[in-house]
Write a protein that binds this ligand. Structure first.
Ligand SMILES: [Mg+2]
Length: 243
């Protein structure tokens, strides 16, 4: 087996069930405001449109094209426009505030996440490496009760740049006190996690569940990449063959 000392984990969609928790939070809010703002709109359409617009604004944020404050509301403005909701900017602000109050406090993990952390604790330095916001990621880890597995959390906001930028991986290597050959990045985002780690000289595990789900929403076709990651997994329990 390989020589890894540190495991770098993405949080959203890799350990914390971003899609499942988002669906719960948005469904609650949809039901609360259905009769006033979302009449004659189906929840399925609402959720699919959110996924699409949220993904778009996060891509802009990763590339440094929009600020965090803009991301917070823009995904909902774009969603409400597409589903033809009745809204004004005060409502967007209320909806975004409520969403950020509910969603990060939901505890659901990706299947197999706790098991693999439990099995491998003590064998590696486990590090979270996230583009998510400092003020909410801690709630997610606390709600899911996984904080104890990690020696440190590296936020892109601290590094001043976001994954896939090499600087955030370098900061993580420094914190984990190891070199690139001794680290392994596990993540569900092709650009941020996989290409980011590769460019920093770090081996990668591509967890394909999110990409498969998004491909179904968008066009029903799987995505082709012109690079083969060190490892590819569909389920987290396959990590027991790697770690
Ligand atoms: Mg992710």
């Amino acid at each position: 087996m390989k020589k890894y000392k540190a495991i770098f984990w993405d949080l959203d969609g890799t350990l914390w069930d971003l899609n499942g928790n988002t669906t719960i939070a948005l469904t609650q809010l949809f039901q609360r405001f259905e009769s006033s703002n979302f009449r004659d709109i189906s929840i399925e359409h609402f959720l699919n449109c959110y996924t699409k617009h949220n993904e778009k604004v996060w891509a802009l944020y990763r590339e440094g094209k929009i600020a965090k404050e803009e991301l917070r509301n823009k995904r909902f403005i774009d969603l409400f426009d597409e589903v033809k909701a009745e809204y004004d900017l005060d409502f967007v602000d209320l909806f975004a505030t409520e969403f950020l109050a509910i969603c990060p406090r939901l505890p659901h993990l990706i299947e197999g996440a706790r098991e693999i952390l439990e099995q491998t604790k003590g064998n590696y330095t486990h590090v979270i490496l996230t583009n998510g916001f400092i003020e909410v990621q801690g709630f997610k880890m606390a709600a899911a009760e996984i904080e104890q597995y990690f020696s440190t959390v590296v936020y892109s906001e601290e590094a001043g740049v976001r994954k896939p930028h090499a600087a955030i991986f370098e900061l993580a290597l420094k914190r984990a006190n190891c070199n690139a050959e001794e680290a392994l990045m596990i993540g569900d985002d092709w650009d941020a996690d996989i290409l980011g780690a590769r460019n920093a000289g770090i081996d990668q595990v591509f967890f394909t569940a999110t990409e498969k789900r998004l491909a179904e929403i968008h066009h029903g076709k799987s995505v082709r990449h012109n690079y083969v990651p060190t490892f590819t997994i569909e389920k987290l329990n396959e990590l027991k063959n790697i770690l």
